[in-house]
Design a binder for this molecule. Structure first.
Ligand code: ACO
Length: 390
């Protein structure tokens, strides 16, 4: 129907200083920095401070934010019990995180408060709690007890520690920081928009973040990296079984998949018409991480698979410019750090919650209800038919 912009394609709904996505040039700017400049260097807490305050922290400010987050890592018993129960019942990890996030209202210091300051408190609680909730879920999935946070470790390192019980290597921590920073914010993506819509009604930070987790769960948004890794592993297996060259096998697999009308996870993007710059940053980080690892062959194979899939997409959808997106290298990098595929989407949320909270604060400042319209395509003036006559 004319006048309808399906999927709100190209519609600008607000102003933000948090991030800018230039899909034609393949440029992502986060808080004024090119993602390539910021993500591989900063600690996650630094980028969080940047988004909340529009500048990098001094050493004292960083130490203060770290201490503040550290003091809020432990979650309430009820929240912990919820995510553990979810794991025992094999509930999806993003559903577990959504329930755990919702339970944060139980420990809200001032549950009825609506001020910006009260919502900033909630933001600190949520950012600090996400790794704890995900790690507790994961431990319960393995049949293990949760591991208490280690106050000596930073946000990213402590997350890895709570997952495994082992102190992570410096390379693993760097790789995870780079990942969390790379995905912390990305323009008006679906989950961020969902969060802004919710808080635009003068609802609260926790409600907005719970809604955002629900939006991120879907495979067209944050649910793609698990299947992307499975795809590379499956093509490797097929090549081993058939004895055919990996590139030949990847080409055949991609052609079959596209011909069957299926989407290939880790490729395509609503905004990017060139390679997603985050794929570049994460590809470099993965290359560094895999440098000395026995898994180096997986990294090399993934590059071959990527090349063949891009060629197959161009053959099948010429001129559509479907390119590698962030999820393809997310899968490789997080696998390299040692995370199971079950943890990929919730780890995305551990990073993105920083951006969501910053957007919610921006929306609170803007204080404008987001309320688009729909074109009605139903009929008019139906006569009422009593139940016994239908
Ligand atoms: N595999 C196969 N075909 C694809 C793919 C893909 N990955 N992506 C797009 N196409 C095709 C579509 O089938 C469509 O073809 P058609 O017009 O002949 O039917 C055409 O390209 C355009 O597709 P749209 O759905 O209009 O593109 P849109 O901009 O809505 O899609 C999306 C973006 C949803 C990300 C899509 O590319 C996709 O499904 N990718 C796979 C899932 C994925 O990787 N998601 C993570 C995205 S990154 C993030 O959110 C963090």
């Amino acid at each position: 129907m004319s006048g309808v912009i399906h999927g709100l394609d190209g519609i600008v709904v607000t102003e933000t200083r948090l991030s800018r996505v230039d899909g034609e040039a393949g440029r992502l700017t986060i808080g004024g920095f090119a993602v390539e400049e910021l993500a591989p260097r900063a600690a996650y807490e630094e980028v969080l401070f940047l988004l909340w305050n529009d500048r990098l922290p001094t050493a004292d400010e960083l130490a203060e934010l770290r201490a503040c987050l550290e003091s809020r890592r432990a979650v309430s018993e009820e929240a912990l019990r919820l995510v553990v129960t979810a794991a025992v019942r094999r509930v999806h990890p993003m559903d577990a995180l959504r329930m755990g996030a919702a339970a944060m209202s139980l420990s809200d210091r001032d549950p009825r408060a609506t001020s910006r300051a009260a919502n900033l408190e909630r933001a600190l609680d949520l950012v600090a709690a996400f790794p704890t909730l995900v790690a507790a879920y994961w431990r319960a999935l393995l049949g293990e007890a949760p591991i208490a946070p280690d106050p000596r470790l930073g946000h990213a390192a402590n997350y890895l520690y709570m997952l495994t019980g082992e102190a992570p290597s410096a390379a693993e921590v760097r790789a995870l920081e780079t990942y969390l920073n790379t995905v912390i914010d990305h323009g008006m993506n679906a989950s961020t928009f969902a969060a802004r819509v919710i808080v635009s009604t003068r609802s609260d930070m926790t409600s907005a973040i719970v809604g955002a987790v629900g939006a991120l769960k879907g495979p067209l948004h944050g649910g793609a990296p698990g299947p992307a890794l499975d795809m590379v592993l499956e093509i490797q297996q097929r090549s081993l079984r058939s004895g055919r060259d990996l590139a030949v096998e990847a080409r055949a697999w991609a052609d079959e998949t596209i011909a069957a009308g299926e989407r290939i996870m880790g490729f395509g993007h609503r905004i990017y018409r060139v390679r997603d710059p985050r794929a570049e940053v994460l590809g470099d980080a993965a290359s560094l991480l895999f440098d000395d690892s026995a898994d180096r062959v997986l990294y090399e194979d993934a590059r071959i698979v990527e090349t063949e899939i891009l060629a197959a997409l161009e053959r099948a959808k010429p001129g559509r410019r479907i390119q590698t997106n962030v999820e393809f290298y997310t899968a490789l990098l997080l696998h390299g750090i040692g995370l199971d595929a079950e943890l990929f989407s919730p780890t995305f949320a551990v990073g993105r919650v920083g951006g969501w909270t910053a957007h919610v604060l921006e929306q609170i400042d803007e204080d404008r209800l987001i309320r688009p319209r729909a074109a009605y395509i139903g009929v008019f003036d139906r006569p009422w038919i009593p139940l016994e006559s239908r």
